[in-house]
Ligand binder design. Sequence first.
Ligand code: ANZ
Ligand code: ZN
Length: 803
Amino acid sequence: MEKQYIPSDIEEKWHEIWESNKAFETTEDKTKPKFYALIEFPYPSGQGLHVGHPRPYTAMDIVARKRRLEGYNVLYPIGWDAFGLPTENYAIKNKIHPAIVTERNVARYKEQVRSLGISFDWSREINTTDPNYYKWTQWIFLKLFEKGLAYKKEIPINWCTDCKVGLANEEVVNGGCERCGGEVVRKVKNQWMLKITEYAEKLIKDLDLVDYIERVKIQQKNWIGRSEGMEVDFSVTEDDGIKVYTTRPDTIFGATYMVIAPDHPIIEKLQKNIRNMAEIEAYREEANKKSEFERTELVKEKTGLKVEGIEATNPVTGENIPVFVSDYVLMSYGTGAIMAVPAHDSRDWEFANQFHLPIIEVIAGGNVKEEAFTDTEADTMVNSGFLDGLSVSEAKLKISSWLEEKGIGERKVNFKLRDWVFSRQRYWGEPIPLIYCKECGWVPVPEEELPLLLPDVESYEPTDNGESPLANVTDWVETNCPKCGGKGRRETDTMPQWAGSSWYFLRYADPHNDKELASKENLDYWTPIDWYNGGMEHTTLHLLYSRFWHKFLYDCGIVPTPEPYQKRTSHGMIMGENNEKMSKSRGNVINPDDLVNEYGADTLRIYEMFIGDFEKSVPWSHNGLKGCRRFLDRVWKLQTILTEDTELSKKLEGNIHKTIKKVSEDFEQLKFNTAVASMMSQVNDFYDLGSITKEDFRILLILLNPVAPHITEELWQELEFDGFVYKAQWPKWEEVKTIDEVVEIVVQINGKLKGKVSLARGAKKEDVKSKVMEEQSISSAIANKRIVKEIFVPDKIYNIVVK
Ligand code: ANZ
Ligand code: ZN
């Protein structure tokens, strides 16, 4: 009697063997083709691993393991993105140093990840809070500073009132804090900023160089928001005028008023002429309290007021038009002023109706009394002087040249992307290595003094005045200016969570280097990353930030390619059984440890791949999990039907080749669920046949190994194959053998020939029957009759006996 399948008996054993064999460590043989697979390294929070984590880890593990079997030198690394708020908040609450909290969380995560049998190269593990790591994060920041891409500026920023911390635009989700969901208000603060906008054009254009799934590309493009338009001068009484930014110069004959942002500088400039300054100031104050998100929401009612005492002139009609302030125009975009065309812009249309302003139709085809007509493919301009009769696109060209010739307009490209707010007023982050000196301004900490260590503090509590807890560490803050030796003060803000993750993938290439962030030789060999899978929620955060840093390092000659990631894919979330998000408060969180203990890591891995379309969110199902365990039990028991009869193997030859093909191709296309399904059906075929040859078993074990690495190694050993599965060769299929031979099956009713159906050789009775019943002549011949018997001779005859 063969052994029972008891995962807990074998899984830990294999972890130890793999580790002592250094099975998944890269080789230094740089003549071998390389493959670099990457997952987003986890944030080790107090909650431990979530069942959502194994989904991307297993998926990329499948790809990594398959590549090894195909002969590649594979780098599949892991590390810890460990600076950040949750750790700090936990530390505050429990009065434990964040470094200790981090250490504990990492240890727990590591054990959990290890129990899943993911083929990470643990010898390259990194941790963003390790001074040997963050030395280089600081070093990159200083490079950015040196090149003028890091600057300090007093600006209104998003401020989370709960976390008491400034947020980047990317961290504000639906008007709330990305971390805690808390209220976000505007606060004017002196901030370190990174000039990501300098890379806006390249960040869009170079998406052409990479293979990202479409929705990622689209989201990045929309976020960067490239817009082509014109700046046009509108003259204003007593002034040299207001510049507007418009993407629709074709509609200029319909501009019946202007709107400026409440904080537009012309208000200050012309205050002597403005008769309602007090009201405008009050309005501005109200507007300042709102976030940009609130102000630009489409659905909300428009507010604003007329600027009394000044008037503008429409440069093409020569008519005087009123100027309004309204918070739907932002000072931070374009020129902070617009020409309002209510007939063809929805926001202007709402505003005009509210304030009873004229609406002049300049493009025919809509009903502008009812709503704005915004079709940009429309054919006919009207009420537009020399543009009349042209199409919108023709009018755009003509008016643009006209405005340029007259010197009142200029073509202009704008981006929605804003510079990255890079300071955080918190403790648990990388110190910003700069010193302020009254004489010299901001002076970098000398390179040889890096890392600038995070000092110990008594209390990590954020302060209400918006200063980092580091500001209280007087003997750390007060230092000498590295340039003139005079008195200096260290910057006390720290870097945001996203700093360490903006370059971590480079460090994996050479994690222990203490001379450079990574050697040129290693970067040349390993980068770019061949395949990076991660969450959609990082598309406009980490993914964008890291592309920016990488491009900057490329321009500095430090990395060899303009893009870090050759391929980017994304997984869907795993939801609760009733399709709601898993959360502590809902009490529906499933702990992967329990599942590994009860069913084994292989079952959990298979299940997470089989659960549904990898790219979509899917609800958890305990029954599905049990089904996957039954499948592995059946694989295990295939041992009981092993046969020496190699003739039998011929019967399933086509089948096997089809399965190899399906699994090989599906693994490459994120179709892990159908790959697993085809292996399940292959196993059914062996049982249907009543036997499996050793060679077929060997192939099955290799195909299944990337998904279920422990059981396959164990069976490999049981069956006394050579070495280990992880060292085997990925099987090849022969295309001709995957093509079914077609046979004609004779259909009879009561022994008389009634027709023929064509099916693949070896088709099963049910499949033949349903094909037969599709035949009109047959189904009508047996209608109203009782079928008493069906005789099936495989590949030959289907006879139906009726009464
Ligand atoms: C006149 C017009 C007519 C416009 C029309 C649109 C449609 P994107 O594509 O987002 O760049 N705009 C310009 N600056 C603005 C600001 N600071 N705050 C709010 N809105 C602003 O859109 C550019 C359009 O948004 C511009 O083109 C301007 O309105 C408005 F039928 O000008 B348009
Ligand atoms: Zn100085």
